[in-house]
Design a binder for this molecule. Structure first.
Ligand SMILES: [Zn+2]
Length: 86
């Protein structure tokens, strides 16, 4: 890791030994973690109620009464965006 670079991907290993790549921004500011242990769908508001570590990155950006839920539909059209550049 280059000091101060939060966007370059790093290699991570979760407590169950799964290895994956993600930028420090995605993990520390976005709240993402091991795709095997925390696969979609993501219910971040419920996660924050039970996980104090995650709560400290979620609540500065969200109210405690929100109910955000993300499933695979958030990826719809994403690949097309990358391939067409639009
Ligand atoms: Zn894992």
């Amino acid at each position: 890791m280059r000091k101060g670079d939060l966007t370059a991907k790093l290699s991570w290993k979760c407590a169950f030994g799964h290895e994956f790549e993600a930028s420090p921004t995605l993990v520390l500011l976005g709240g993402h973690w091991c795709p095997h242990c925390l696969p979609a769908p993501w219910n971040y508001d419920e996660e924050a109620k039970r996980n104090p570590f995650f709560a400290q990155v979620w609540y500065p950006l969200h109210e405690k009464n929100e109910a955000n839920y993300y499933d695979e539909s958030i990826f719809a059209g994403l690949e097309e965006t990358f391939t067409t550049g639009r």
